[in-house]
Write a new protein. Structure first.
Length: 447
């Protein structure tokens, strides 16, 4: 009895203070047993069973046996993870993946887990991910996350999976959020994740550089006011045209060359000829679109035109946009909605009104709009992410302080590439101070 009491007390303490440890030690086993024992009855109660086929009913009548019961989806695999369970189901004839998605909330209550999500893997096969605890309350990224060129882990999804920012799959992104909603932390995670990669970082921070200039050692170009931003964006457009000329010269289109070797973007070029990819981070896009005088209006039109050109044509040239702002609607002037249409990746932190959420997801998913306006104020960093396919998920980036991001950028400062077209905008920085070596007792004193 004493041992049982100690084990129960330890489990309760872990569940309260360390939910991840509780799940790995006790929760995964308990949840697995609960799912296997309740599976058939829960599927029937949730309407996820199909009646027996006609030939089975006929066979039962011919053999004078009881009528067969309704059949639930067949379990192909049940796999525990560090945050929950992954259940792979084979649907019965007549079932649809939407049926499982519509029953996720009932499955969550029936199996006693924190959250349930589902997605279709292929025709007739659905993956159900069950989360054992609130993984977004205290974000802990896996120690070894999968990384590939231009694909970095930046946050954790509510189902326990890692959310990656894949620039080759989703070239341009838009991040919205009110003040103190977590946009800056999300942006720091992007920069920290890109710092070890072979990529040129270009920053536009019109808040006098308070967000991006501390990270300047890893940036190939920076601008802290709209005038410099205009020159920088037009230089990027010129760089893009030079890259296209290089691709055109190296396309190798002839009758004797197989189609697979024909170059259409920088990733089809040989590695020794491939230009360095460029990621452009705009910290507050509204500062580039607002104007008060005629001269500022002309400057604003040129800035938006350059951004639209980069969004429409920059992908093949290896130029990717990451635009942040509190609002991003038509009130910012002409060309804004055209620019927004080119930004496939959408991320919305807590917003102050439904209109701001509609700016991000109104043309993607109404459910994502509802999820974005329901983010509470006491959970900074929680966001809703989606793309043009209509899929969306809640994510939260790990809290990264500015000091930690600066240290990562300083560590990888030697990987900052020199882009000739952007040399005029390279931040001028003093060399890093050398580490002080303490004097020994026998060292001679200096005046």
């Amino acid at each position: 009895m004493v041992a049982v009491v100690v084990v129960v007390a330890a489990a309760g303490l872990l569940r309260w203070r360390r939910p991840a440890w509780y799940w790995l030690t006790f929760g995964a086993l308990v949840a697995t047993v609960r799912v296997l024992v309740r599976y058939v009855s829960v599927m029937e109660a949730c309407g996820l069973t199909v009646p027996p086929s006609r030939w089975r009913l006929a066979l039962a009548r011919m053999t004078n046996r009881p009528a067969p019961e309704s059949r639930p989806p067949r379990i192909l695999r049940l796999r525990p993870t560090r945050t929950g369970l992954v259940l792979r189901l084979k649907l019965q004839p007549g079932q649809d993946a939407f049926d499982v998605a519509a029953a996720t909330d009932r499955l969550r209550h029936s199996f006693g887990v924190y959250g349930v999500t589902s997605r279709e893997l292929r025709s007739g096969v659905v993956e159900v991910r069950m989360t054992g605890y609130d993984v977004l309350q205290r974000v802990q990224m896996p120690a070894t996350a999968e990384t590939r060129p231009m694909r970095i882990p930046v946050a954790l999804r509510e189902d326990g999976a890692v959310h990656h920012r894949d620039y080759r799959a989703v070239p341009h992104g838009l991040t919205l959020g009110a003040t103190e909603s977590g946009k800056s932390v999300y942006q720091r995670n992007l920069v920290a994740g890109l710092a070890p990669h072979h990529v040129a970082l270009v920053g536009i921070d019109c808040k006098q550089g308070v967000e991006l200039f501390p990270l300047a050692r890893r940036f190939s170009a920076l601008a802290d006011n709209p005038d410099t931003a205009l020159d920088l964006l037009e230089a990027l457009v010129g760089h893009m045209e030079e890259v296209y000329q290089l691709i055109r010269a190296e396309q190798r289109i002839s009758v004797a060359v197989p189609d697979a070797e024909i170059a259409a973007d920088i990733w089809d070029l040989r590695e020794d000829l491939r230009p360095v990819p460029v990621v452009v981070l705009v910290d507050e896009v509204a500062e580039l679109a607002l104007f008060a005088t005629k001269d500022e209006e002309r400057r604003r039109d040129r800035i938006i035109t350059a951004l639209v050109r980069l969004a429409q044509l920059g992908r093949a040239a290896g130029i990717y946009l990451e635009i942040c702002g509190q609002r991003f609607g038509s009130e910012l002037g002409k060309g804004i909605t055209m620019l927004r249409a080119q930004l496939t990746g959408r991320t919305a932190h807590r917003v102050n009104d439904e209109t701001s959420a509609n700016m991000a997801f109104g043309d993607v998913s109404p459910d994502a709009v509802l999820a974005a306006i329901q983010i509470p104020t006491d959970t900074p960093g929680v966001a809703v992410t989606g793309d043009s396919t209509g899929g969306w998920a809640r994510i939260r980036a790990p809290h990264t302080t500015l000091r930690e991001a600066v240290n990562i950028c300083n560590k990888h400062a030697d990987r900052t590439p020199d882009v000739p077209a952007l040399a005029a905008f390279r931040p001028a920085l003093a060399p890093l101070p050398k580490a002080r070596v303490p004097l020994s007792k026998t060292a001679p004193a200096t005046a």
